[in-house]
Design a protein around this ligand. Structure first.
Ligand code: IPE
Ligand code: IPE
Ligand code: MG
Length: 244
């Protein structure tokens, strides 16, 4: 157990924090600007939160950038977001790599344009040996879609005789999920005041603590993040058991 700077024990740390970055559109609307203005402002907040992680004992940060349901938005917004993701990767790749961030993407890449998929793969590749922070970006991600894709691949392996149906357990399915290399999130934060899950990490967040904050994502700061992660240490997680 590694001792934290403020004396908190490591088991009270939120080792994996997941964030539903919500409220970009409303943030822009409040300023009389198009929704994409909010998305650009939102993307700029990511770096500061990633950088805050090591001091807070957060080893894994997973952020929800685009859901499998977000395709229902206007073509202008969807294509604006896709081009924002490309620009973000091009602009941030080097500094993320130099800052020791290991970047991974989860979600279904098939519906994304090839250019974006290539950039995602390259960023994963150049940062794969980094260990300071693990940043996972959920892009075209949906919890139900992820489980469906996992079950499909597992079924194919059963058909091929690689695994036996009788041996399928929670652990087996976990290995087929996009998140197979990540621990379950300890804490899920959602900004913008909405108190819903919106299809994020449905399987993995079975016992996560949730924090819903009113702040719109483009206004989210390192200080707010530190406060929430600090408060996590006081939560009583029981995982269904009764403490003596
Ligand atoms: C979150 O902000 C970012 C994405 C879903 C891509 P929204 O775009 O959902 O912002 P609101 O909820 O409309 O304010
Ligand atoms: C969830 O936010 C998805 C992301 C933050 C990427 P939404 O804004 O899409 O969720 P709903 O529609 O309010 O549930
Ligand atoms: Mg929203």
């Amino acid at each position: 157990m590694s001792g934290m700077a403020d004396g908190k024990s490591a088991d009270k740390c939120a080792r994996h924090v997941a964030i539903i970055m919500d409220g970009n559109g409303r943030w822009a609307q409040l300023r009389g600007r198009p929704r994409l203005f909010g998305h650009r402002a939102g993307a700029k907040r990511v770096r500061e939160i990633v950088e805050a992680c090591p001091d807070l004992g957060v080893e894994y940060l997973t952020i929800f950038a685009f859901s499998t349901e977000n395709w229902k938005r206007t073509q202008t917004e969807v294509s604006g977001l896709m081009s924002l993701f490309k620009h973000y990767i091009l602009k941030e790749a080097r500094s993320l790599a130099e800052a020791g961030v290991c970047v991974r993407f989860i979600g279904d890449r098939h519906r994304l344009e090839p250019k974006l998929v290539t950039l995602m793969g390259e960023l994963e590749q150049i940062t794969q040996d980094n260990t300071r922070v693990n940043l996972t970006i959920a892009l075209n991600y949906g919890g139900r879609d992820e489980v469906a894709r996992a079950v499909k691949r597992m079924a194919l392996d059963i058909e091929a005789g690689k695994i036996c149906a009788q041996d399928v357990s929670e652990n087996t399915l976990t290995r087929y999920l996009d998140t197979h290399v990540l621990p379950d999130p300890d804490l899920v934060i959602r900004t913008s005041g909405e108190a819903r899950v919106s299809n994020f990490l449905l399987w993995q967040a079975a016992y996560s603590e949730y924090e819903f904050v009113k702040t719109l994502w483009p206004d989210f700061t390192r200080e707010i993040f530190a406060q929430i992660v600090g408060d996590f240490a006081h939560r009583d997680r029981r995982f269904g058991a009764v403490k003596s």
